[in-house]
Every structure is written in structure tokens, then in C-alpha cells.
Design a protein around this ligand. Structure first.
Ligand SMILES: Nc1ncnc2c1ncn2[C@@H]1O[C@H](COP(=O)(O)OP(=O)(O)OP(=O)(O)O)[C@@H](O)[C@H]1O
Ligand SMILES: [Mg+2]
Length: 324
């Protein structure tokens, strides 16, 4: 992968007077997203993700600092020529059909009549909109609306896609579909920057993540660099463990469950797990499954929350913000 920053922010800051005199929605945010990357922008409710995205898309003016798309500052409308944007809550003209909606956005992009139809054919094929082409949007479910929103973001085949919570509110099938669309765009060489709460989707899709907490970037990097990668516990499923071995196992680990002729134990270290496994195998049992437990993004958020609580108690965080 080359390292051209298609998206860059430098000390990007937004202050809303209503948060509090000392509070910032986004503070001193500096990061880069390289061409061809899928970058996940993570943070709890109210962390400042949408505010950042709106400044990048030119919908909000920064209080200070800058954002650039392909080197062009985002206060310049030209920066948006090669940008596709899916808002957190897309609004549609409810009485238009998908075909009319795509034609409308193509027209806004300056495409002529023939190009508009070609673009509709490309996008309806890509997103599977053919069968609903002429149904008014007011009849559509959340999943279908999100597809239309995604199609609008793809109008004009932009190189950079900015998606604000693209999987939010979707069922597992809808989420999978959006995941596949993001993956497909990555394979076409596009750069995708998206915010999300759906941690498993982020883990599956992203080359790098940035974690926002109280308006500040607290971590960036590959997921494995952000998470603590040391193995915390090991879960082992055994089959056919002799009853006489159970006290030995219970001394070394925690019994999680038993079913049919299986038992599942959790051990605190790999060494203990290995000792237990050796003894069990020696006595005729079989290891069916071994799962090392590492930190997930969910654990990471919980860890960050504990750190924030401690900072609050020590008075290191002064301002109150509207966060859940
Ligand atoms: N127009 C506004 N006026 C005042 N404060 C605002 C405004 N918009 C957002 N905020 C505040 O700025 C902070 C960041 O909000 P933002 O919507 O960017 O967070 P978010 O990370 O997108 O949250 P969510 O996950 O809920 O979408 C919050 O404290 C929010 O209450
Ligand atoms: Mg948001």
C-alpha cells in the first residue's frame, strides 16, 4: 500500500458553547488516512465522531485547525469533488423512487442525461436495486433506505467514501450487506473512512482504527496495536474426562459448563492450561476446542471508561459532556 494521505486533519477543533465554557466536541484532532485504506473511527456516543465527519465534509466550520482531502482544505468546495458521504441520518425525498433519487443526485454532480442513466444502471446492479427501482422511498425499510443512502454516496464513483455509522440500526443481514459493499469498494481501490459502534464489523473490515474519547484521539493504529494482545485466559473444551480427574481440573481452573460428555474450563495462564491438557490426554480425554481470550474492542471501551472514571475522580477531566 502506498502512503499518500487522501484524508488528513491537523489540530482539528470544534467548540460548542452549549457543552460548557471549557468543553470541546472535538479537540486538537490530527490524523491521516492513506489511499486504499479502510479506516474505522470509533468512539462512544457523544465522543465527537459526527462532528469530525461534518467538518471533513464541509458541513461544519472548524473552530480552529484544518482538514484536507487530497491536499485541498475542506472549507473549499472543490475538496468534495471526489467524495461520497453517507450521513448518520440520511433524509430522502420520500415521494421519489430509487431510480429518480439516483438520477437527481447524478444531476447535482453535473452528469448529463445519458451519464445519469449509465450511473443508475451501474449502481442499481451493484446494490441490487433493480426490483425496487420504481417504488417510492416512503415505503422502504431501514435496510433498504441505507442501501439507497450508500448508492447516493457512490454516485460519480468517488475515490473517498465517508460513512457515518453505516451499519447502525441494521439487522445482521443488512450489516453483512453493508460490510460486503465496503469490502467491494476497498477491492476497487477506494478509501473508506467510517464511524461505527458495531465493534465486530470494525474488527473484520478495518486496516486501521482511530479511537475518539471526549473529543480527543486516544489511539490510532492497527487493531492489534490498539488492543492489549497478551492472552488473558484460555478456555478449553474437553471430551470424555474421567470423573476422577474433575477435582484436579477444578483446582487449576474454573468450570464454565458441562453438557453430554463435554466439559469447558477456563485457565488463567497458558502454562496451567497446558498442564491440565497434558494430564487429561494422558488419562484418555480429548481436547475439542482451545480458545485464547484476548482483549476485544468491547473490552477496550470498558477499559477506557474505567480510566476516564479515575481521571474524573482525580479532577483531570473538568467539563461535563452529553455522553451516555
Ligand atoms: N449542534 C450542536 N450544538 C451543541 N453541542 C453539540 C452539537 N452537536 C453535537 N454536540 C455535542 O458535541 C459532542 C459530540 O457529538 P457528536 O454528535 O459529534 O458525537 P458522536 O460521537 O457522533 O455520537 P453518536 O455516537 O451518538 O453519534 C456531544 O457532546 C454533543 O452533545
Ligand atoms: Mg454520531
Amino acid at each position: 500500500m502506498n502512503t499518500i494521505a487522501i484524508l488528513k486533519t491537523v489540530s482539528l477543533t470544534k467548540k460548542y458553547s452549549s457543552i460548557s465554557a471549557r468543553g470541546y466536541a472535538v479537540q486538537d484532532l490530527s490524523f491521516e488516512v492513506n489511499k486504499g485504506e479502510v479506516f474505522g473511527f470509533l468512539g462512544r456516543n457523544g465522543a465527537g465522531k459526527t462532528t469530525t465527519i461534518k467538518m471533513i465534509c464541509g458541513l461544519l466550520l472548524p473552530t480552529s485547525g484544518n482538514a484536507y482531502i487530497n491536499g485541498c482544505e475542506t472549507v473549499d468546495p472543490n475538496s468534495r469533488r471526489n467524495l461520497g458521504y453517507l450521513p448518520e441520518q440520511p433524509y430522502f425525498y420520500e415521494y421519489l423512487t430509487p431510480r429518480e433519487t439516483i438520477h437527481f443526485y447524478c444531476k447535482l454532480k453535473g452528469l448529463n442525461v445519458k451519464e445519469r442513466e449509465q450511473e443508475w444502471l451501474r449502481l442499481s446492479g451493484l446494490l441490487g436495486l433493480e426490483s425496487i427501482a420504481d417504488i417510492r422511498l416512503k415505503n422502504f425499510s431501514k435496510g433498504m433506505r441505507q442501501k439507497i443512502g450508500f448508492a447516493i454516496a457512490l454516485v460519480g464513483n468517488p475515490d473517498l467514501l465517508i460513512l457515518d455509522e453505516p451499519m447502525s440500526g441494521l439487522d445482521p443481514v443488512g450489516r453483512k450487506h453493508i460490510r460486503e459493499l465496503i469490502q467491494q469498494q476497498k477491492e476497487l481501490g477506494k478509501t473508506i473512512f467510517f464511524s461505527s459502534h458495531v465493534l465486530s464489523d470494525v474488527e473484520q473490515l478495518c486496516d486501521r482504527v482511530g479511537v475518539l474519547s471526549r473529543g480527543k484521539l486516544v489511539a490510532t493504529g492497527h487493531i492489534k496495536d490498539v488492543l492489549q494482545q497478551d492472552i488473558r485466559q484460555v478456555e478449553v473444551v474437553f471430551k470424555d474426562v474421567a470423573v476422577s480427574l474433575m477435582p484436579f481440573l477444578k483446582q487449576r481452573g474454573t468450570l464454565l459448563r458441562t453438557w453430554e460428555n463435554y466439559v469447558q474450563f477456563q485457565f488463567d495462564t497458558i502454562l496451567t492450561a497446558n498442564q491440565a491438557i497434558a494430564e487429561c490426554i494422558h488419562n484418555g480425554a480429548v481436547v475439542i476446542e482451545l480458545t485464547p481470550q484476548k482483549e476485544t474492542l468491547e473490552d477496550y471501551f470498558m477499559r477506557m471508561q474505567i480510566i476516564e472514571e479515575q481521571q474524573k475522580k482525580k479532577g483531570e477531566i473538568y467539563y461535563s459532556r452529553v455522553e451516555e
